[in-house]
Design a binder for this molecule. Structure first.
Ligand SMILES: *[C@@H]1O[C@H](CO)[C@@H](O)[C@H](O)[C@H]1NC(C)=O
Ligand SMILES: *[C@@H]1O[C@H](CO)[C@@H](O)[C@H](O)[C@H]1NC(C)=O
Ligand SMILES: *[C@@H]1O[C@H](CO)[C@@H](O)[C@H](O)[C@H]1NC(C)=O
Ligand SMILES: *[C@@H]1O[C@H](CO)[C@@H](O)[C@H](O)[C@H]1NC(C)=O
Ligand SMILES: *[C@@H]1O[C@H](CO)[C@@H](O)[C@H](O)[C@H]1NC(C)=O
Ligand SMILES: *[C@@H]1O[C@H](CO)[C@@H](O)[C@H](O)[C@H]1NC(C)=O
Ligand SMILES: *[C@@H]1O[C@H](CO)[C@@H](O)[C@H](O)[C@H]1NC(C)=O
Length: 725
């Protein structure tokens, strides 16, 4: 046996007997009794009941110092998750660990009996024991009632946040649990950084260097920390924040006990969530890293500044704001931030503008109420002149709760999908058109139609990689035989998106963007974000879907409704194209336009492009539309059950625009914002030429809109892009 007894009353003698006769189950040596000691010079270790964790003495890296620590028992390359005496190392192998009454752990120099380290306890028991649990938690409990925990290592983490820990503050005991970095790989001593769940204002996790904040993940919104969306719901571990009057803490729990995951704060203040990969690689794979980039630096752009890694410099002012010190701003000094172009005038009735796609501002000093609606929230912010912004508190089940800010808004960055925040502005600033560098989506007109756009936006994938890696990947893809143009917009079939996102399950939902929810998915091993365009009224779209399969219902969809759908999709696509975060698809959008043209013709005709079979010729829908157009018989394309006479010019115009969108030459296709203008104005349109891919066979090999019968949910029409293969 590894353990011996330093004392020998009769009770301990009994233990000795049991141990030496090995009647004892494997559970025995996960425990130290008051009678036992754990000795470095005997290589004594505790092993947790199922063998996940071990506790013993070790030396980090090249150091010769000795520490008591806990590590993964089954991982060869010793991964230490907790250190007892990190600031009080032993310099030789004389160390002895024991548990003493009334419940203290004691680390002694076995040669001199000098106390090296001990635990502070706030309650006592008569007979304590120390046990290494399978979670990696070392607990000191009452031998007679093990539910009484006197002390646990999970309350005193070192540089690692393990599943089962509560990172946060208990207001009753006043105790705060936080992670603090080590000095280096060779020195376990307390370093300069801490990772905490900050309960001042609405909870957010933060990294501090000493007393200064270096990173704040943004407020918890029920699904993720507003600025840390790479951490998404997954099958390996769950996580969340608990907020009640006694405590506020961030937790994570294993969903699969066979998985090892840990969050470690390294010596330079970077947090990493790692997952053990037990395959041949036998390595820890980073899952989430924070801070990710320059824009994650706390308050980088000052008040009302917004950071984006796409722009140079990273900082700009929120729309309707301007630099406080333009000269300083121009020379890269952003800390003074921005001020309103027009000062507020509360008596006069200020208003609120929605900004979306942002990481919510620092919530220190914020106010919140979980049971208010957004409407009530808006009212209560409007009523209080010092309230500068409001947002929903919890988006995990629709939008609920209320978060109010007072004073300056700091620490914002562009992020997708991001959440919406409503910022107080002078009334005169509201209602004007959008400006160039704006990240605002002022409530887009509600579209009766619904688009489900299966756009794999490789967002998460790209966000995590540095630009060089990204470029390499793009280059690799280009070299793999596919043409340049095909690479630019990844397009996928709806069914692929359904599979990738688990049927757009609530579990995969990352959040709500300006124009619909965004889902996390997994496609060919890559994490993707899928934006699903949606509207509040799904009815028209539902009907439209049925219309393609149901002759009777087809009549319900009158022209105004169809035009609304066309227009809505056009606006939605314009939004997508202009949404700067989606830079992956930003370069060549006119191929995306083609598909839109096909869709327009499908909606007008009530027929599917591929499904069209006409007795007299082999033309598909495009060919048919083109033929009719040339002969000035465009109206014959219109769905036979549609009463369109009062809208004749709009119908003809829509067909014309549809044909322009499907031009063979990409240069001849309009861009989406022109499409919106063309549809809604009476200006003269260019003449279309013969469309590309106008026979049925060709279309199958090219890209086309594809209205799918596979509905993602009962009342959505689903439209996805069919990938050219
Ligand atoms: C723990 O106890 C089991 C069963 O008695 C024994 O086989 C094993 O070697 C012990 N392990 C250690 C590290 O003492
Ligand atoms: C403890 O382990 C070290 C290194 O593996 C070994 O050299 C030493 O002999 C061991 N001591 C005992 C008492 O087993
Ligand atoms: C250390 O303590 C033990 C038991 O309390 C005692 O037997 C031993 O003599 C002490 N050793 C020294 C060096 O004081
Ligand atoms: C116990 O409390 C003392 C005094 O507050 C402190 O110096 C010491 O670091 C604490 N020990 C541990 C292990 O936390
Ligand atoms: C957010 O809302 C969900 C569903 O209503 C609820 O289960 C959860 O506890 C809420 N979270 C917070 C932090 O309020
Ligand atoms: C939170 O809002 C609810 C609903 O408006 C209200 O009944 C409640 O009093 C509010 N709580 C606080 C602490 O303001
Ligand atoms: C506005 O809100 C602040 C912060 O909660 C509060 O201190 C102040 O009394 C409020 N003012 C009014 C007029 O309600």
């Amino acid at each position: 046996m590894n353990m011996i007894f330093s004392n020998s009353t009769s009770r301990f003698g009994l233990c000795l007997f049991l141990l030496t006769t090995s009647f004892i189950s494997a559970h025995t040596n996960d425990t130290i009794y008051t009678s036992q000691i754990l000795r470095d010079n005997h290589n004594d270790t505790l092993i947790s009941s199922t063998g996940a964790f071990a506790l013993g003495f070790f030396s980090p890296g090249s150091s010769k110092n000795r520490y008591v620590g806990i590590w993964y028992n089954n991982i060869q390359d010793k991964t230490v998750v907790w250190v007892a005496n990190r600031d009080d190392p032993l310099t030789d192998r004389s160390g002895v660990l024991r548990v003493i009454e009334p419940g203290r752990l004691l680390l002694l120099n076995g040669a001199t009996n000098a106390t090296i380290w001990f635990t502070n306890i706030s309650s006592t028991v008569h007979v304590p024991l120390a046990r290494l649990l399978d979670s990696g938690n070392l607990v000191v409990v009452d031998e007679n009632d093990e539910s009484i925990i006197i002390w646990q290592s999970f309350d005193y983490p070192t540089n690692t946040f393990l599943p089962g820990m509560k990172l946060g503050k208990n207001f009753v005991s006043g105790h705060e649990v936080y992670v603090s970095s080590g000095k280096s790989n060779d020195d376990a001593a307390t370093g300069g950084f801490t990772y905490r769940c900050d309960p001042s204002g609405y909870p957010q996790t933060v990294i501090k260097e000493g007393d200064s904040f270096r990173y704040k993940a943004g407020p918890w919104n029920g699904i993720y920390f507003s600025g840390s969306q790479n951490l998404v719901k997954n099958t390996l571990f769950s996580f969340g924040v608990v907020i009640d009057k006694d405590e506020v803490y961030y937790y994570n729990h294993l969903l699969n006990n066979a998985v090892y995951t840990r969050l470690v704060l390294n010596e330079i203040g970077v947090g990493q969530r790692l997952i053990w990969s037990g395959d041949q690689t036998q390595s820890w794979k980073p899952y989430v890293v924070f801070p990710v980039d320059n824009c994650d630096s706390y308050k980088l752009c000052g008040a009302h500044g917004i950071c984006s890694t796409r722009t140079s410099p990273d900082c700009s002012c929120l729309d309707k704001f301007m630099p406080t010190d333009p000269q300083g701003w121009n020379t890269g000094h952003f800390s003074d931030g921005c001020i309103r172009r027009t000062t507020l005038n509360c008596e006069d009735g200020d208003g609120f503008l929605m900004y979306s796609g942002v990481k919510l501002p620092d919530t220190e000093g914020s106010w919140y109420n979980a049971s208010m609606s957004l409407q009530e929230c808006s009212v209560s912010c409007a009523k209080n002149c010092s309230c500068t912004a409001y947002a929903s508190l919890n988006i995990s089940n629709g939008e609920s709760g209320c978060l109010l800010w007072f004073g300056e808004l700091v620490n914002m960055r562009e992020i997708s999908p991001g959440q919406a925040i409503y910022i107080r502005l002078a009334r005169s600033e509201l209602g004007s058109g959008s400006r160039k560098r704006e990240i605002i989506i002022v409530t887009l007109p509600v579209v009766a139609g619904i688009v489900l756009l299966g756009l794999g936006l490789f967002l998460y994938y790209h966000v995590r990689k540095n630009p060089k890696q990204q470029q390499e990947e793009i280059d690799n893809q280009r070299n793999s035989g596919e043409t340049h143009d095909e690479q630019k917009i990844p397009m996928f079939e709806l069914s692929t998106m359904i599979n990738a996102t688990n049927g757009f399950s609530a579990d995969n939902k990352l959040g709500e963007g300006g124009f619909g929810p965004v889902f996390k998915g997994l496609l060919e091993g890559q994490e993707i974000a899928v934006k699903r365009l949606s509207t509040t009224s799904l009815q028209g779209a539902h009907e439209f879907k049925n219309e393609l399969i149901d002759e009777v219902k087809r009549r319900i969809l009158d022209w105004p409704r169809r035009f609304e759908i066309i227009n809505g999709i056009a606006r939605g696509l314009t939004y997508l194209h202009q949404d700067s975060r989606l830079r992956v698809i930003h370069r060549d959008l006119k191929a995306n336009v083609f598909s839109f043209g096909v869709l327009v013709l499908e909606i007008i005709s009530g027929k599917r492009n591929r499904g069209l079979t006409l007795a007299n010729h082999r033309h598909n829908l495009l060919g048919h539309a083109w033929m009719l157009y040339k002969e000035e018989r465009s109206v014959e394309l219109v769905d036979s059950c549609l009463e369109y006479s009062s809208y004749l010019s709009q119908v003809v115009r829509s067909i014309h625009v549809g044909l322009l969108c499907v031009q063979e030459e990409i240069e001849e296709r309009p861009n989406m914002s022109s499409v919106v203008l063309m549809l809604n104005n009476d200006g003269v349109l260019p003449q279309p030429k013969q469309p590309g891919f106008f026979t049925g066979r060709d279309v199958l090999r090219s890209e086309t809109w594809h209205t799918s019968n596979t509905a993602a949910s009962a009342n959505t029409i689903t439209i996805s892009l069919l990938q050219a293969r």
